[in-house]
Design a protein around this ligand. Structure first.
Ligand code: HEC
Length: 111
């Protein structure tokens, strides 16, 4: 009731939860937009709580290599081949900067 009668407040709280508690430098608008499409599977800011790999705190080099290998097909995958192909090299680097800057948490699912 409280949430449904005040949808704007709910959204504001969500935004604060997503970005307000980060101690990292604020991501730019493009990084936010790009990484938002990963959150459905990889969790907010890459903190996956399910069976999907945690992206938060992956090394930049590992992240870029995985994305390039998904793109080329060198790494077989269920869904990431299709996702990775949608991103340019420049966008992959922006995503790598964003996710490598997130701090891995002990409650994150194992890699
Ligand atoms: C539909 C769910 C889904 C979405 C959306 C998604 N991923 Fe994934 N991701 C997966 C799954 C599942 C895997 C494991 C490999 C596979 O089976 O595709 C994975 C694996 C990865 C890995 C490899 C991690 C490692 O350490 O090996 C990276 C990097 C990655 N995803 C990045 C991204 C990025 C960046 C986005 C957004 C642009 C994204 N994913 C969006 C489901 C998803």
């Amino acid at each position: 009731m409280l949430i449904s009668s005040k949808p704007i407040h709910g959204i504001a709280v969500l935004l604060v939860l997503c970005y307000g508690t980060s101690t990292q430098a604020a991501p730019d608008a493009q990084q936010r937009q790009l990484s938002a499409s990963c959150s459905a599977c990889h969790g907010t800011n890459g903190h996956s709580l399910g069976g999907t790999p945690v992206l938060a705190g992956l090394s930049r080099e590992h992240f870029i290599k995985q994305m390039q290998d998904f793109k080329s097909g060198a790494r077989p995958a269920t869904v990431m081949n299709k996702h990775a192909r949608a991103y340019s090299d420049d966008e992959i680097e922006k995503l790598a900067d964003f996710f490598s800057a997130q701090t891995r948490r002990h409650e994150d699912a194992p890699k």
